[in-house]
Design a protein around this ligand. Structure first.
Ligand code: DLL
Length: 431
């Protein structure tokens, strides 16, 4: 079952919809956002020059820096009296990026999130434990508002207070949960430590996880521990928040809501548009938004697009799970490595967990990569010889898969710092 008819558009219907909405958006930004008027004029392009979808490549890109330079509301295409919600990035470096929604945008957000929940089979009979951070972050409230509109009972638990969350999860009988994959693991670990019987004490059957990368191994692990269906949710505040794309029950690929967000894959170095199936940086143009319409936004997320039909019958294109960010890619002695690739390797090894931290450093002129990996509590061995063999085995697997020499340190269960939001997987001491 789909949430809306657009999800099964024919190719012609989709393209006609996209083109007409693209044209409307271009007129809107050209006349209402001085930043775009200037950029279009610099590039010698006007809205009426865009006659086909392929013409989109004539338009300028938008970057996070552009949003920061126009802080706080300079990129909005409406006055503040039409804005009903503001969110903002955490802004770890420099000024935060600020995003605003009109009532119409809130409807679009609820619409795409409705699609996400429907993929997981949620109805008003469900109880949703929303363990995604509330506040300026789009995650918590993004899930929350859409769930309310679908008349789903939503528990706004946010992150933190893990013991209390477990109590509420059990006593309120939540059937669905949201959160980051790393928090889902943390919650399971805490549940075991506090003596819960995960499969018996909780009523969860489905989870919606996102906001950070997770390998297929990690997704399967979370699904198995909790005994739930795992649905991935992808999104970013600049485009809308969670709900840009999500996975149905048939595969780990994510259906991309391309009737609202037009996707392209580009070569991050040259800006050239790549073909279907090729991996590159995801660039998104919003087609229906009013508050913050955005043209060719460089997400920094590396993925690929496929139009191979899905068994669920939805026809919108799909993306593979984010492989990494164009800017979190590590170059180790000339070899490009994404943290998610390391996680793929770790996920196949027994006796360890997927709690790990990657530390990039320099030794002389050469790059050096260390990975702290937590042993599983089920790893019974404390024999130095056996642990050394395990450590060597992981190093060997990483070398085989990624062509890099890594020093692995096996550390005690639960010794690495836990995060309640996005996990900090990489510390690059070379910077
Ligand atoms: O993380 C929105 C969100 C909240 C998505 C909850 C899903 C669930 P931002 O804080 O703006 O928004 O961060 C956006 O997070 O460009 C990706 O690099 C990363 N990201 C988001 N979802 C995924 C995912 C929210 N499913 C940035 N897999 C994006 C990998 C993800 N990375």
């Amino acid at each position: 079952m789909t949430f809306s008819k657009n999800e099964s558009f024919s190719k012609d219907e989709l393209e006609a919809w996209q083109l007409s909405h693209l044209k409307e958006t271009l007129i809107r930004v050209f006349h209402l956002v001085p930043f775009y008027k200037k950029r279009f004029e610099e590039m010698g392009v006007r809205p009426e020059d865009i006659k086909t979808l392929a013409d989109i490549s004539k338009l300028p890109f938008t970057t996070k820096k552009n949003l920061r330079d126009n802080y706080p509301f300079g990129m909005f295409s409406v006055e503040m009296d039409q804005i009903v919600r503001v969110h903002s990035s955490s802004g770890t470096t420099g000024k935060p990026t600020v995003v605003g929604y009109t009532e119409h945008d809130m409807d679009i957000w609820a619409e795409v999130m409705g699609r996400v929940f429907t993929m997981g089979g949620l109805t008003c009979k469900d109880i949703l434990h929303n363990a995604t951070g509330y506040g300026l972050f789009t995650g918590g409230l993004g899930f929350h508002s859409a769930a309310e509109r679908m008349k789903i009972a939503v528990i706004p638990s946010s992150t933190g207070f893990t013991s209390r969350q477990l109590l509420l999860l059990k006593d309120f009988g939540a059937t669905a949960i949201t959160g980051t994959p790393s928090f889902a693991l943390h919650l399971a670990e805490k549940a075991k430590a506090e003596g819960y019987d995960i499969k018996k004490d909780f009523s969860l059957r489905v989870g919606f996880f996102g906001a950070e990368p997770a390998s297929d191994g990690l997704k399967d692990e979370i699904a198995n521990i909790w005994g739930i269906d795992y649905h991935e949710v992808y999104g970013l505040s600049e485009i809308i928040g969670p709900g840009v794309a999500s996975s149905c029950k048939h595969s780990h690929l994510l259906h991309f809501n391309e009737d609202h967000f037009y996707p392209e894959i580009i070569d991050p170095k040259t800006g050239e548009v790549l073909a279907e199936g090729e991996r590159g940086e995801l660039v998104v143009t919003t087609l229906t938004k009013q508050g913050l319409p955005i043209i060719r936004y460089k997400t920094g997320d590396i993925t690929s697009i496929t139009r191979v039909p899905c068994r669920c019958g939805r026809t919108l294109c799909r993306i593979e799970s984010i492989v990494g960010r164009s800017d979190d890619m590590l170059v180790i002695n000339g070899v490009n490595v994404f943290p998610s690739q390391i996680e793929h390797v770790l996920a196949k090894v027994d006796d360890i967990t997927l709690n790990y931290q990657i530390i990039a450093n320099k030794k002389g002129h050469l790059d050096k990569l260390d990975i702290d990996v937590e042993l599983s509590e089920n790893c019974m061995s404390d024999d130095i010889g056996e642990l050394t063999n395990l450590q060597k085995h992981i190093q060997h697997e990483l070398l085989n898969a990624l062509y890099i020499n890594v020093t692995v340190h096996l550390v005690a269960p639960k010794s690495l710092k836990r995060s309640e939001g996005k996990a900090v997987r990489v510390i690059d001491k070379r910077k």
